[in-house]
Ligand binder design. Structure first.
Ligand code: NAI
Ligand code: MG
Length: 362
């Protein structure tokens, strides 16, 4: 057996601890069934950390993450901290973690599982076969560019946000997208606004240069407004979508509705090496926290992504994904997905079913 993989577990706020419990339970079953070894170390983050340690990202938590092989995070935030000043906001921890850990890429796979067509607000024939991944640049662009706000002549206020990209920032995210495409349908859609933005023209030039390293992968360029439209018109045609920070933020939320519930969507945030941070796309859902009804799928599927991307345990990752698929196809649903005639199960029972499915591999 190889050395135990060190996993920093940050449950966070709201439903965070409930969904993390299920993901850890599933990982313990994976250890048993596949003969793997994980070392879990828990730490505070978000609102709970503000209350207990006076900061959303305590130094010990950051240190723990840095010496781990991967981080599994629940969610942060809640109404208790909404009035706090910016540096004492739970969400501050997420931006700080991404920056401190050099996590420049955000992978959001969007897969419509069998039998889930009725859970989306889009027509079943439109979403049939959806299996795409959004590869979003995470530490550059307009979110991190210089911001100003001042009084202009005449007394009105003027504000600016700088959209800035260096070649190396574009190159590393686009290359990752092509590498991912090689393991999938070998199609990359690079999304920009090259008809208007200079940073997008650079993006396109770099994307074309990287594309030459991958002659086996098909590449198309799409303007972001058109992409927003195609995403709901013919979503099943997409394979890998790569784009800059803000476009990726918006497009990946749009893509989320293709699957029916935000409780289904996992994510991975990666840097240069194998280290990564894995978390569900959704937030802390304070409206349902403490009731044992949250859908743990997104977090369990994030754990699967961790096995694949950070540890190279492809077989175990696929087994978790298949287990979630089977549990859903057997009709077990948490209330966010249950339509009439289906069994609504608790967070814990859903996790138990996934564990049970995995015992087939023993
Ligand atoms: P949210 O994603 O927490 O909830 C939106 C809606 O989806 C709610 O009705 C919620 O009940 C439902 N929902 C979310 N996850 C679910 C799950 N696993 N199972 C079943 N239903 C689920 O977004 P919202 O309400 O805008 O934000 C709540 C808090 O979470 C805020 O403090 C926000 O800042 C924070 N947040 C944190 C994120 C993170 O930790 N990465 C991301 C997004 C929001
Ligand atoms: Mg967003």
């Amino acid at each position: 057996m190889s050395r135990a993989k060190k996993i920093a577990v940050l449950p966070g706020d709201g439903i965070g601890p409930e969904i993390i419990d299920e993901a850890v339970k599933v990982l313990r079953q994976v250890e048993k069934v596949f003969g793997l070894s994980f070392e879990f170390q828990f730490a505070m983050v978000g609102g709970g950390a503000i209350d207990r340690a006076g900061t959303p990202l305590p130094q010990e938590t950051l240190e723990l993450c840095k010496k781990s092989d991967a981080v599994l995070l629940g969610a942060v935030g809640g109404p208790e901290w909404d009035e706090n000043p910016p540096e004492l906001r739970p969400e501050k921890a997420l931006l700080a973690l991404r920056k401190e850990l050099g996590l420049f890429s955000n992978l959001r796979p969007v897969v419509l599982y069998e039998g889930m067509e009725k859970s989306s607000t889009l027509r079943p024939e439109v979403i049939a076969g959806v299996d795409l991944i959004v590869v979003r640049e995470l530490t550059g662009g307009i979110y991190f560019g210089e911001k100003t706000r001042q009084k202009a002549e005449g007394g009105e206020e003027v504000a600016t946000d700088l959209l800035i990209y260096y070649e190396h920032e574009i190159e590393r995210i686009v290359r990752l997208a092509f590498q991912i495409a090689r393991g999938r349908k070998k199609r990359v859609t690079s999304v920009d606004k090259a008809n208007v933005l200079e940073s997008s023209r650079l993006w396109r030039t770099v994307a074309n240069r990287v594309a030459r390293e991958f002659p086996d992968v098909e590449v198309e360029h799409m303007l972001v407004d058109n992409c927003a439209m195609q995403m709901v018109r013919r979503p099943a045609d997409f394979d890998v979508i790569v784009t800059e920070n803000m476009f990726g933020d918006i497009l990946s939320d749009e893509a989320a509705i293709l699957t029916g519930s935000i409780g289904m969507l996992p994510s991975a945030s990666l840097g240069e090496g194998s280290f990564g941070l894995y978390e569900p796309v959704h937030g802390s859902a304070p409206d349902i926290a403490g009731q044992g009804v949250a859908n743990p799928s997104a977090t369990i599927l994030s754990a699967a992504m961790m096995l694949r991307h950070s540890f190279g345990y492809e077989e175990a990752a696929g087994a978790i994904e298949n287990a979630v698929k089977h549990v859903l196809s057997r009709g077990y649903r948490t209330p966010d997905l249950a339509t009439h005639g289906q069994m609504a199960v608790s967070t814990e029972e859903f996790g138990d079913r996934v564990v049970e499915e995995l015992s087939r591999y023993e």
